[in-house]
Design a protein around this ligand. Structure first.
Ligand SMILES: [Zn+2]
Length: 428
């Protein structure tokens, strides 16, 4: 078996140390190690993190391979420092049966770049009427633990209640895309000053907050686990904070773009800023950062949503919603959370690896950098500064809101069970 010695990296941002990888496992961690037979990676000044885990990735396969495949999406994930991603169910066909989730899971294993944990649909065809085969998806080889109709809201309270009751039997979780459909009919952007000035249909904060409020009450009533996807408003933070203060089993995620960008950008009418939930206000951004720092929001999830050029390069109203995020997530988190002093690198490990893995009940990921643990690791150079160039993306799609923007930090190495998937910033 091959041995790799990572020399002088700051482990979780702490003191520099040495980490020896032997085969698929972390063999030793110490201030200084000797391993004459190991390949040495000089990592002075770099930060060693547990491999990142994404709870919310759209890999698009099966059905929309023109925007992404499991292979291209997992390559993008590795480039961004991820060793596991959860693949959302809104594919064609929808991942609402054991057959489809097993197919996605197998394609992930074959890719070799990043583990893929499929998310199962809550309802058949994401249509919100009839529960999908939750038990069969859980019992399949894919062992689905997270269920979501993401892209659509499970707006029927009875269906939501039944889903929460059903997943309780196997410690599953329902991940809700909180969007009251009637309140967002024709919505094009956040409802507020900018939407009024531009005359675009508004997407009120209450459309998100009312569903979250209902769902935390339902989860408490049933005694089940609720996860709130891509929380985007200050009011949503308050509701989750209240639910947690009650001791209810509620977790929440925020996307990198909601930590950085505001609805002021929509004035450009550039559809790259069109996303669901929409970019909100500066006050919302600051509330989300604070909530991620104080633990009200558990984790960062990318909502990586690749779209082909023709679906984004059109007028605002016609453009698809969503942006790619896997390859820029860590840099955006560094800029908004670490460089601002809100959290340290141990906090990044917590919000981007430990907690998402725990929410997904994912084994082998989100583990401490300790002997005997699987060698799922990411090396970051936090001193790096560079402008984002989508031409260099591993993703099949280019719909990033950060083109040309200078962001800090760069993933130099990613290891999936001891195999280097990224070496010196390039896919291996
Ligand atoms: Zn969503």
């Amino acid at each position: 078996m091959s041995k790799i010695l990572i020399h002088g990296a700051r482990i979780l941002g702490g003191e520099p140390g040495d980490v020896l990888i032997d085969g698929e496992t972390v063999a030793e961690v110490a201030a200084s190690l000797d391993a004459p037979d190991a390949t040495v990676i000089e990592a002075a000044g770099q930060v060693l993190l547990p491999g990142l885990v994404d709870l919310h990735t759209h890999l698009r396969e099966p059905g929309r391979e023109d925007s992404e495949t499991v292979l291209t999406g997992t390559r993008a994930a590795a480039a961004g420092g991820f060793t596991a991603v959860h693949a959302m169910a809104n594919t064609f066909p929808v991942a609402d049966t054991a057959g489809v989730v097993e197919q996605v899971w197998r394609l992930g294993r074959e890719s070799g770049y990043c583990d893929v944990q499929p998310v199962g649909a809550v309802t058949v065809g994401l249509e919100g009427r009839q529960l999908a085969e939750l038990g069969a998806m859980h019992d399949s080889a894919a062992a689905v633990k997270i269920f979501s109709d993401d892209g659509k809201c499970v707006d029927d309270a009875v269906i939501m209640r039944r889903a929460l009751e059903y997943v309780k039997a196997f410690d599953g979780v329902v991940a809700q895309h909180a969007q009251e459909p009637r309140l967002t009919e024709g919505a094009q952007m956040n409802e507020g000053v900018v939407s009024a000035e531009l005359g675009l249909g508004g997407w009120p904060a209450v459309a998100e907050e009312s569903i979250i409020a209902r769902d935390v009450l339902l989860a408490a009533h049933v005694g089940s686990r609720l996860h709130v996807c891509h929380l985007s408003t200050a009011g949503s933070v308050e509701i989750v904070r209240w639910a947690k203060s009650k001791g209810w089993n509620v977790t929440a995620e925020v996307t990198p773009h909601h930590l950085l960008l505001t609805d002021e950008l929509v004035r450009s009418y550039n559809p790259v800023y069109k996303v669901n939930p929409p970019l909100r206000t500066e006050a919302d951004v600051l509330a989300l950062r604070e909530a991620l720092a104080d633990g009200t929001i558990d984790c960062v999830a990318t909502d990586h949503a690749p779209h082909p050029h023709e679906d984004k390069d059109c007028e605002w109203a016609a453009a698809a919603m969503g942006m790619v995020g896997l390859e820029t997530a860590l840099s955006v988190v560094q800029q908004t959370m670490v460089d601002t002093g809100l959290i340290d690198w141990a906090g990044v490990a917590d919000r981007m690896s430990f907690r998402p893995a725990a929410i997904g009940r994912l084994e082998g990921h989100g583990r401490p950098v300790s002997p005997g643990e699987p060698a799922n690791l990411t090396l970051v150079d936090p001193a790096y500064r560079g402008a984002v160039d989508p031409a260099g993306f591993a993703s099949r799609s280019r719909n990033t809101p950060y083109e040309g923007r200078e962001l800090p930090g760069r993933v130099t190495h990613t290891f999936l069970r001891g195999r280097a998937t990224v070496v010196d910033g390039k896919l291996a």
